[in-house]
Write a protein that binds this ligand. Sequence first.
Ligand code: E4P
Length: 228
Amino acid sequence: MKFFVDTADLDEIRDLAATGLLDGVTTNPSLIAKSGRNMLDVIAEICDVVPGPVSAEVTATDVETMLLEADVLASVASNVAVKVPLTPDGLKTCRALRDRDIMVNVTLCFSAAQAILAAKAGATFISPFVGRLDDIGLRGLDLIDEIVDIYEQFDTFDTEVLVASIRGPAHVVEAARSGAHVATLPPNVLRALYNHPLTDKGLDAFLKDWEATGQSILEQAAQRSAAE
Ligand code: E4P
């Protein structure tokens, strides 16, 4: 499963890229607004840090203007994936961009029917929002099961399921169990994946026992090479 990070915060992106676990980045207009920075500058900088797909979202709602904006966004770097909303105009834009081999992330997907349309429009990624479905009393992860299952029925669908609106590690684990290709994680959720109280407790005990020996691996290595 690929991990993308869902943020436009460059400090967070640099920090998480250093883990070696980051395969891409997703942004949206709200995240760009939160960064307080110029969108094209932010996207260019993110693309410099992360070589994988970086989603940058159009803000127009008609196909003509979406295509103009998409051209601008795609010209920022070759790893930009243009993000379009799951609307009739968004999917027309998707088809046109895919015909030109530009990566497209179709966002704001809340049903399997919408996901089928996106695959037929040739989307590179479909972004179903699990957390926002949970928020209205539905089980967002059921949608992931459904979409993965449907896409597997058709060799012609090569759209990757990008699980979005993730709220915690359980969403990531269940999405992986479903076979989703990508999860886009808020930075705090990516960091939370490392945590387990037994890891901390076990490490404390190992270090305490080790300290009691008075040994040092590096000192021993230095002694051995001095003796050679
Ligand atoms: C995905 O690309 C979206 O940016 C994001 O996952 C939305 O998540 P939210 O529901 O937490 O805003």
